[in-house]
Design a protein around this ligand. Sequence first.
Ligand code: SF4
Ligand code: SF4
Length: 296
Amino acid sequence: MKFLRNNRLFLALLIPFMVIPWVRIGNFHLLLFNFSHNRLEFLGFGIEIGTYTLIGIVVLLGFGITLTVALTLSRFYCGMLCPNTFFAHFLTLLRSKKKSILSKIGGFLLLTVLASMLAFSVVAYGIRTDELMDAIAHLSFSGCLVIFLSLLMIAEVYMVQGWYCAYLCPYGAMCAILPIDDRLTYTYEDSKNQCIACEGCVKICPIPDLDIRKGFDIRCIQCGLCEVACAKTFAKNPTITTLISYDQRSRLRAGGRDRGILIAIVVMVLLTMVGVITLLDTERLQSCRLENQILH
Ligand code: SF4
Ligand code: SF4
């Protein structure tokens, strides 16, 4: 129950994310960057569009959304909405000593299925779901992409999770270079020197060599596992609940000090997006004209 409560935001977003590629309105989808038919489908409408323009839209849209989320939600995204953190919480459940081998195997299978469904959903934003299932069955490009992404995600979850968050994640890198330190929400506070140095918070942290007691560290993904570990340490102590806590207020500060930078960057990304799309479309039209001339 606590697991579901802690991950409710992620699950609330995961369900629509997985459902959207299946939803059709009339002849077109709710949202589909249809690469196999060179078409952008949105809210039941479809427009013909060149492959390169479609790639440009996807890349810039992805970058624009990532940047906006980094500037507004910052590490709140990592702790509450990132699939990696969800998997970290899930693995902690499975690693519990009280679990039987059978339930651990069941849990790992469930996690593998979930990672594969996530990979399927990601690719399904670029090709119709029926065509994608066909592509998986025939091991064509999109099908292989789903299998590759699934394997990558499963390997990442089981083998390099925290290391990935700390050193490879592009979102984490973006957060690290933006002026958003004050949006971190998990903090360690021990003014009465009550820490018993059990190292529970350090051992459970998915990020390598991160010790929240040493203060600010941009690599912290705000997963909250250290808070749970510390609360367990003091579970039988009637005076202390935990030395690590979640600061609601710091999240609300998001967008305050750096609002100007945020607006400027978002406007720049939008303008670049419009520019690149126009350029790509013009180039495509010109190449079509050239091809037609050659054919004549
Ligand atoms: S310090 Fe705590 S909140 Fe931050 S990544 Fe480690 S366990 Fe998660
Ligand atoms: S879990 Fe709590 S008591 Fe244990 S080392 Fe961390 S802060 Fe100290």
